[in-house]
Ligand binder design. Structure first.
Ligand code: PLP
Length: 413
């Protein structure tokens, strides 16, 4: 049994080795932010960095800053900072584009490294853009290519001599189900397929060991647990053994071996830069770079330990206090197969979440009926979890979610 008393929560907070990290974020007063898995909050230092980039690097130094402020190196420098968080070598990771675009590039590269095989395997219910991008890619590659979606558990049987690549999201965006990266990558490799991992809900939240698992490619998000800000640039990983041979079709000039030679013919860069497309977004990249300072001196194992404890507490409290309202946990209780968020199935979940947000507890809603709560150890404490469930219980008991103003859906949920 997991203790769930307020006193126990306070004792956990008092002994928390990450408690000091909360000051690394500029969080609004009286808000319990349980949505860092969707948009990380503002780390301190980001606003100052952006002000400096605008006022000094852009306004004063103008175009000189590509060299003097190192703008041109931001993609590789930021990639190298993300690398240790995902078990990669610094030169295997680069910041680039959006996760969606990176999915297209790495999957195309994976297919090209596996000629004669024309099938990409993923799972039904994967994050929509992952499936949509693969539908677009297979359509573009020609009539032989197909995307096959198979439920987890059946992937082993689906793999075959025609499988070019397997694309899976390490931590599922709704259920938080977490794959055994090593075991699944081994299966893909035994079948001769390339393994691509989407780390959008993993990077910065759970320890990842891409090198240890021998993964071929990976992509991930900059604005979720990495706190890079709305629309922050994403990242991608290419295993060292593929760096000199991987080719992707969006062969823009920043992927050229000498962009400033201005020659007519494309020759890819010899390193990870061949995965770049065009001019990097300097403002967004600078924000992400400054945001990564929030992880200084903190290892992923410590983050993981607290994330599991916060999730365990939330699950135990929701069983005690929310189950009687029909709320059902769709996230595995076993932390070995659980990421860093928990989803509760709830009738009228959208309205309940709006009522909760109105009370200062911010989570989000994923159609058709899931309320999602993210646990981010750098700025959340145990008492925060206790209070969040207490407020949710009150909303359900008093049915305040029935108020008309909680019923209309915004464009973004
Ligand atoms: C958040 C998320 C994305 C986001 O892709 P964008 O291109 O940034 O919109 C992609 N895949 C997964 C699994 C995600 O969770």
């Amino acid at each position: 049994m997991i203790p769930t008393s307020l006193d126990w929560c306070r004792a956990q907070d008092a002994a928390d080795p990450l408690a000091h990290c909360r000051d690394r974020f500029d969080l609004p007063e009286s808000t319990i932010y349980l949505d860092g898995n969707s948009l990380g909050p503002l780390p301190r230092g980001v606003a100052e960095r952006l002000a400096h980039v605008v006022a000094s690097e852009w306004r004063t130094d103008l175009i000189k800053s590509w060299n003097t402020a190192g703008w041109v190196d931001l993609p590789r420098r930021i990639g190298a900072r993300i690398a240790p968080m995902i078990g990669a070598k610094p030169h295997e990771v680069v910041m680039a584009d959006s996760t969606s675009v990176n999915l297209f590039k790495v999957a195309a590269a994976a297919c090209r490294l596996n000629p004669g095989r024309t099938e990409i395997i993923s799972e039904p219910g994967n994050f929509p853009t992952d499936l949509y991008m693969m539908q677009g890619l297979t359509d573009f590659l020609g009539p032989d290519y197909v995307l096959k979606t198979v439920p987890r558990g059946e992937i082993m049987d689906a793999l075959g001599p025609n499988t070019a690549a397997v694309l899976l999201t390490h931590v599922h965006y709704v259920t938080a189900d977490m794959y055994d990266m090593q075991a699944v990558t081994d299966l893909a490799h035994k079948a001769g397929a390339m393994m691509i991992w989407d780390l959008s809900h993993s990077a910065g939240a759970v320890p990842v060991d891409l090198n240890g698992a021998n993964a071929d490619f990976a992509v991930g998000c900059g604005y979720k647990y990495l706190n890079g800000g709305p629309g922050a640039p994403a990242f991608l990983y290419v295993a060292e053994r593929h760096l000199e041979v991987a080719r992707q079709p969006l062969s823009g000039w920043f992927g050229h071996k000498a962009p400033f030679d201005f020659v007519d013919d494309f020759t890819p860069a010899a390193d990870i830069r061949r995965m770049l497309v065009g001019t990097p977004p300097v403002l967004g990249a600078s924000a992400l770079d400054a945001a990564l300072d929030a992880f200084t001196g903190v290892d992923m194992e410590t983050i993981r330990r607290k994330s599991v404890a916060l999730g365990d507490l939330f699950i135990a409290l929701s069983r005690e206090r929310l189950a009687r309202f029909g709320l059902e946990c769709v996230t595995p209780e076993n932390p070995r197969v659980r990421g860093s968020h928990v989803s509760l199935r709830c009738d009228n979940g959208y309205a309940v979440m709006q009522a909760l947000i109105d009370r200062g507890v911010i989570g989000d809603f994923r159609a058709p009926d899931h309320m999602r709560f993210g646990f981010t150890p750098l700025y959340l404490g145990f008492e925060d979890i206790y209070r969040a469930v207490e407020i949710l219980e009150d909303i359900l008991a008093r049915e305040t979610w029935r108020d008309a103003r909680y019923q209309t859906r915004g464009a973004v949920t």
